[in-house]
Ligand binder design. Structure first.
Ligand SMILES: [Mg+2]
Length: 121
């Protein structure tokens, strides 16, 4: 197998092939995909439970923690790809548009160094 660049599109195609080979599309309603994404996000959150900020940062040097973190990030990513495919959303375009909108809501001169919401700047 030759090594090819992995892109969001290629990953989505691989994921759809994985799903369809198992006849799982029938379970992948948009609602179920959104629920599943949030459950996986909770598994990501669970990695930080009972830990201080510094403990989580320090855990990055532990291979077992890094492996679990990567796995849960992958789970979130894969459900996000399935949601985007199901809803016909271009994630790269949507992400770029969102950064642009956030730039308008949080101009550097007002938001720099502040954790305030844009409505309170
Ligand atoms: Mg998981």
């Amino acid at each position: 197998m030759t090594e090819q660049e992995i892109t969001l599109d290629s990953l989505t195609r691989e994921l759809i092939a994985f799903r369809d080979a198992r006849d799982w599309r029938q379970f992948h309603s948009l609602k179920n995909l959104i629920v599943s994404l949030n459950l996986e996000a909770s598994e990501l959150l669970e990695l930080t439970q009972w830990k201080a900020d510094g403990d989580v940062e320090n855990a990055l040097s532990e291979p077992a923690f890094r492996a679990r973190l990567a796995e849960e990030c992958a789970d979130v990513l894969l459900y996000l790809l399935l949601i985007a495919e199901r809803a016909d959303i271009d994630l790269l375009q949507a992400g770029a548009a969102k950064i642009a909108r956030n730039g308008e809501k949080y101009p550097v001169e007002k938001a720099r160094g502040s954790a305030r919401k844009y409505t309170e700047l």
